[in-house]
Design a binder for this molecule. Structure first.
Ligand code: UT7
Length: 317
């Protein structure tokens, strides 16, 4: 991974603007030749080691930046992890991808289709960022994080108690990579064309993110019968510190329960929630069984929240 200063040297921006408008102070991008799949494999290895698991029944990779349009990234990742011919698929739910992945993994387990599931959020947003667009070039970053979900009981640490998801396709232009898909195939574009990059309507996205994450957080709390002040660990998608503060204020989450690392890693889309979880596990800052609320909003538009208890997992190097 490399730091992000050099390619941004010519952009009309400054550290103070970025820090005060987003909360970001540092980010990482992959080096040449490194892909989303590579990051996913590294995160997956650590999650499997931490869980003490050598075999799973399903691998899900949530990503906006798959290694290829087709095939999905997950089968390759599963093979690299030595997981054999396990079912494996990608989830494309932009910055809500990890919350969607948790909901999908939980549903597979509840349906009896799996006992143990590996969920990975992995992104190389640097590969879809226009370095001349200051609305996106100063926020997006690369990274990956992973968790292992296994069948258990509701009173065990790490239990997923409620997962709520939503979407509004009428807002698809809030954050879009216009070209490269079937509506505007790559083959009709000159190399390096800007339509291959992610374009975001920042302020509009901000407003929708606050509204949807607040709504879905409230309804998820209601679903499990918790009050906002009961929440001991609140992990929102790390898009912008001002969004996170607003959502936590509106929902009524205690300041001491608000967890995040946007300052150190920027916006890593579907990797952002598992990256925060990894930090918390390393710092041992949340006890096993604590009441936790995860929430995210992303392009699509898509959003979701998960109410769960904090897992009991040892940190690994
Ligand atoms: O991950 C998926 C979910 N993501 C989100 O929800 C992201 C939501 N949006 C945001 O986080 C923010 O909208 C941004 C960080 C993208 C932009 O921040 P903002 O406070 O909404 O800025 P803005 O676009 O309203 O622009 C305010 C001013 C403008 O200047 P004028 O017109 O007031 O003179 C911009 O031209 O700031 C200017 N500006 C910048 N200045 C320095 C915009 N970007 C930059 C920049 N550096 N990088």
């Amino acid at each position: 991974m490399r730091n992000t200063d050099e390619p941004l040297a010519l952009l009309e921006t400054d550290d103070e603007w970025i820090r005060s408008r987003t909360g970001i102070e540092a980010r990482r991008w992959v080096g040449p030749g490194e892909s989303t799949g590579d990051l996913a494999v590294r995160a997956g290895q650590r999650a499997l080691r931490s869980a003490g698991v050598a075999k799973v029944d399903l691998v899900v990779v949530s990503t906006t930046t798959p290694d290829h349009h087709s095939p999905a990234t997950a089968p390759w990742v599963a093979a690299q992890l030595g997981l054999g011919t396990v079912p494996a698929f990608d989830i494309a739910a932009a910055c809500s991808g990890f919350v969607y992945a948790v909901a999908a993994g939980d549903a597979w387990i509840r349906a009896g289709a799996a006992e143990t599931v590996l969920l990975i959020g992995a992104e190389t947003l640097s590969t879809i960022t226009d370095m001349a667009d200051r609305g996106t070039a100063v926020v997006f970053a690369d990274g990956a994080g992973a968790v292992v979900l296994r069948r258990g009981t509701a009173d065990e640490a790490g239990a997923v108690l409620a997962a709520q998801l939503g979407s509004d396709g009428t807002q698809k232009d809030l954050a879009v990579i216009a070209a490269g898909g079937a509506r505007w195939p790559d083959t009709r574009l000159a190399a390096g064309h800007g339509a291959r990059c992610l374009r975001m309507q920042g302020p509009q996205m901000f407003a929708h993110a606050v509204r949807r994450m607040t709504e879905v957080s409230r309804s998820s709390l209601a679903a499990v019968g918790w009050e906002a002040e009961d929440v001991e660990a609140f992990v929102g998608h790390q898009a912008n510190q001002r969004i996170l503060d607003k959502v936590a204020d509106l929902v009524g989450v205690r300041p001491s329960a608000r967890l995040g690392n946007i300052r150190e890693v920027g916006n890593t889309s579907s990797a952002s929630i598992p990256l925060v979880m990894d930090d918390v596990v390393r710092q041992k800052s949340v006890g096993a069984g604590a009441r936790a609320l995860l929430t995210a909003f992303g392009g699509g538009a898509v959003w979701g929240a998960v109410a769960m208890t904090w897992p009991d997992i040892p940190p690994v190097s």
